[in-house]
Design a protein around this ligand. Structure first.
Ligand SMILES: [Zn+2]
Length: 431
């Protein structure tokens, strides 16, 4: 068994990483000296909740149930939450098999599947009616997934060493949200460094650098501020590595650094509420639209209304079997920059500017949807892999950690063990 730190860096496509890696010395070195996957396939939809879930679930959305940021719960489309995940995830298997699992700000995992847990800093965005006297059940799940679970007092011990456990609240300070998001990411990495250096260092830590996605949405990929957000992420990861080195634990940990989805310019909005009216129930995931038609007549009308804008009916393979005949899935035309959304203030007509410069949830098959993925550490061979499937990430982590799972998908590679490490080292020195 070998230890592992997962850091999900939000929204970084394989191609964006390639285009900017010369500015990212730490990630560039990790990619060159470890295993770099040139692109991991996205989920359908390639958005945050499905992507985060697939990283730890080892199966497709039709099986794990998180096929969109919003899912149909029988009455409405609402934010997906960790209790909606229909299968055990890698943290659950790892904990059940005796590993010490620390969830430190990673979304879409359940606190009870970790031995130590801190909620993601962005949880308040997932609350639909969080201020109600009686939160709706889905809000209750996110409220509890936003809390700390530290029954052995391990976080409190870090606090005593001067590590700040009060993570800042970016969403409560909209004017400086991006800066605070960057700080929140850093604070959670600081907690990870403290735990790794402690007497009880976790076997498996799950983290996120979430703010990169917000910069991409607001400024697009070709903006100096977006580049800076990724350079800051690189520096934060470098700082974590340095702290592990100083604590003499760096050689105990492997790293997986990957994204939940890609990003692409989608600057044209198609205002679905204007186009379809208040009667139609729908959910937007960027360039993917899901509709719950009231009846057959409405289904036919919706298809015709959307067809006028070149919007195509797609298959429902990403949905759990019992929902496949309940919903309709639509995608934007090939090469389109349309994002499905509600009208924005001041816009007239059914189309106009999008809320975001860049977005996710692309038409399936878009290259910009492919995710970057880097493994590095004592169990990781030096190699480049042309492409990987979304459901291979979790089996690869399971193989590194030595966790048994029932998954059919194969790991992306066989981790090195002390017996085959010497062969790899001999090969490296011969190069
Ligand atoms: Zn995301």
């Amino acid at each position: 068994m070998s230890k592992l730190i997962l850091i999900m860096v939000d929204g970084i496509s394989a191609d964006y990483f390639e285009s900017i890696r010369h500015q990212l010395p730490h990630l560039d070195r990790l990619a060159r000296s470890g295993t770099q996957v040139n692109g991991v396939t996205p989920e359908m939809c390639g958005t945050s909740c499905p992507g985060r879930t697939s990283i730890v679930a080892g199966v497709a959305p039709s099986e794990h149930g998180i096929y969109g940021n919003h899912i149909w719960d029988g009455e409405q489309f609402r934010w997906a939450n960790p209790e909606d995940v229909r299968v055990p995830t890698l943290p659950a298997y790892a904990k059940a098999q005796g590993l010490d699992v620390a969830g430190l700000g990673y979304g879409m995992i359940r606190p009870q599947d970790c031995s130590l847990y801190k909620g993601p800093w962005w949880v308040d965005e997932m609350l639909m009616r969080g201020r109600d006297a009686e939160p709706m059940p889905a809000d209750t799940v996110w409220l509890s997934a936003g809390a700390d679970y530290d029954d052995q007092g391990r976080l409190a011990a870090l606090q005593a060493q001067g590590i700040n456990l009060e993570i800042v609240a970016p969403n409560k300070n909209p004017d400086i949200k991006l800066q605070l998001g960057m700080l929140a990411d850093q604070q959670l990495l600081d907690v990870a460094a403290g735990l790794a250096a402690s007497a009880q260092a976790p076997d498996f830590m799950l983290l996120e650098i979430g703010i990169t996605d917000y910069f991409l949405h607001k400024y697009g990929a070709d903006h100096a501020l977006t580049e800076w957000s990724l350079r800051a992420a690189d520096a934060q990861i470098g700082t974590l590595l340095e702290r592990l080195e100083q604590a003499s634990v760096l050689d105990r940990y492997n790293l997986l650094i990957c994204s939940d989805h890609g990003h692409a310019p989608m600057c044209s909005g198609l205002y679905v509420d204007r186009l379809l009216g208040d009667e139609v129930v729908w959910s937007s995931e960027g360039g993917v639209l899901m509709v719950k038609p009231r009846d057959q007549a409405q289904a036919i009308w919706v298809q015709a209304a959307l067809a006028e804008y070149g919007i195509e009916l797609w298959n429902n393979d990403h949905l759990p079997p019992e929902q496949q005949d309940q919903l309709l899935t639509f995608v934007v035309p090939e090469g389109s920059d349309i994002s499905f959304e509600s009208q924005i203030v001041g816009a007239s007509g059914v189309s106009g500017p999008s809320k975001y410069l860049s977005n996710h949830g692309m038409r399936p098959g878009s290259r910009a949807d492919m995710r970057f993925c880097i493994f590095n550490g004592p169990a990781i061979p030096r190699q480049r892999i042309e492409s990987g499937l979304a459901n291979q990430i979790a089996p690869t982590m399971a193989a590194i950690l030595g966790v048994e799972t029932p998954w059919q998908a194969e790991p992306l590679f066989t981790p090195l063990t002390p017996s085959n490490t010497s062969i790899e080292c001999a090969r490296d020195s011969a190069e």
